[in-house]
Design a protein around this ligand. Sequence first.
Ligand code: FAD
Length: 498
Amino acid sequence: MTEHAVLIVGGGPTGLMLAGELALAGVDAAIVERRARQDLPGSRAGGLHARTIEVLDQRGIADRFLAEGQVAQVAGFARVAFDVSDFPTRHPYGLGLWQNHIERILAGWVDELAVTIYREREATGLAQDDTGVDVELSDGQSLRADYLVGCDGGRSLVRKEAGIEFPGWDPTTSALIAEAEMAEKPELGIRQDAAGLHGLGRVEYEIRAGEVIFADHGPVRVMVTEQHVGSRSEPTLHDVSAALIGVYGTDYGIHSPSWISRFTDMTRQAAAYRKARVLLAGDAAHVHSPVGGQGLNTGVQDALNLGWKLAQVVKCVSPDSLLDSYHDERHPVAARVLRNTMAQVALIRPGDARLDALRDTVSDLLSMDEPRTRYAAMMSGLDIHYRLGEGHPMLGRRMPDLDLVTAQGPRRVFTLLHQAQPILLNLGEAGGFDITPWADRVQLVDADFGGTWELPVLGDVAAPAAVLIRPDGYVAWVGEGTHVGLEDALTRWFGPPA
Ligand SMILES: Cc1cc2nc3c(=O)[nH]c(=O)nc-3n(C[C@H](O)[C@H](O)[C@H](O)COP(=O)(O)OP(=O)(O)OC[C@H]3O[C@@H](n4cnc5c(N)ncnc54)[C@H](O)[C@@H]3O)c2cc1C
């Protein structure tokens, strides 16, 4: 039987990111993916938020995405748009880029890292024991791995087979989405009526001065809210045509669809992200309304949190209890996403003057600077705070991409993270730290930084003398002139001393 250290079921954005992280750490990881090629028939997610762009920058691949997408202010809450251009980040914006392109670029990176992908094979069953997990494939073969990660989307077989509960809320709204040609020129843009929001747009577009400018020709992306929730049949072109006529009075001669699908606001989250040797990430762990564009972003960041931890466990650098911190840190992040999508769905629900008044009130509140800053930081993922204990405000927060001066010349913090290795960044007297027992795992960088430390929402914070940065870019320990707590933090996050 073929064996790998880690098997990932599902090569969507989450599975690809996780595979990349494991490969960077030198772990033998393989993906099982039912699709023959990476191509996605439809476009699904429309882009990336600022924190995800930062995360990709931490691996040196953000430019690949920025080169193909449209930089724009994409964050918003219940149709109130936010401008994050004043946020303290190198990427104070989002990126408009369809998911098929995001996946293609991620797959290119994973390919360079020589990850094995078993394509056109579906995982059909699994069984775990004390030393590993066996996975049955649709071609009759089996694979075995030390750990298995279900990145297999909202209907996750891995989640079901592992017996992990998926509690939450049934859908209250449903929409048809499609990409198709239209014989007539459609009314492009958003329309709101008693049934809800609808939108027509060309797949090809540009953003100029903050405005979406659709191409003159080409396939149209249709989104029509359905009158009824709960249909379980596969939607057809006839359904899309009827829905368009119901809203616009015409179907604009829709034909030649390349993709027809349905999404709802079903809201559910895995009760546990780990059951022994099986873990869940991305949509397999959480589903919710697409409002706010957070699903793919959350999945990619799940992978970033899990990758280095899993790598250290399979390499026997850390005990497998380190994996529990994955649930502890990421479950609350997605729980907050679920909550904010439910609030947004409620706010944009049409047809009631009282809801209109509530929406106006929220919009008014969000135009004030502090609420705007807080909500924009939440929606763009820049305010994520893992509860790692009391102390300096940097503890558990994202490390800013400082411009450092080192003996080797100028360096950005994010450049130092490209190989996904932890860093002890010493900003005090050079040579002030000796971490020899961890030298095989942790880079020690002596550097100078004369600027201010500014965080989204919090503003300026006291400059630390040293910080221990995890491979995911979150701060695990802050030195304020002493070494107190450093050995504990090194051991907790990067294993006992050699
Ligand atoms: C209309 C719409 C708009 C959206 N807009 C946004 C947005 O703007 N921003 C955003 O962040 N998110 C958005 N999302 C959500 C986003 O598309 C998902 O959150 C994202 O695709 C999740 O990635 P994933 O890798 O976790 O799962 P998926 O993308 O679902 O990938 C799962 C993969 O697993 C494979 N697979 C499944 N089962 C098996 C099996 N048994 N064996 C082998 N392979 C298997 C599938 O083929 C697939 O490749 C949107 C979603 C929709 C529907």
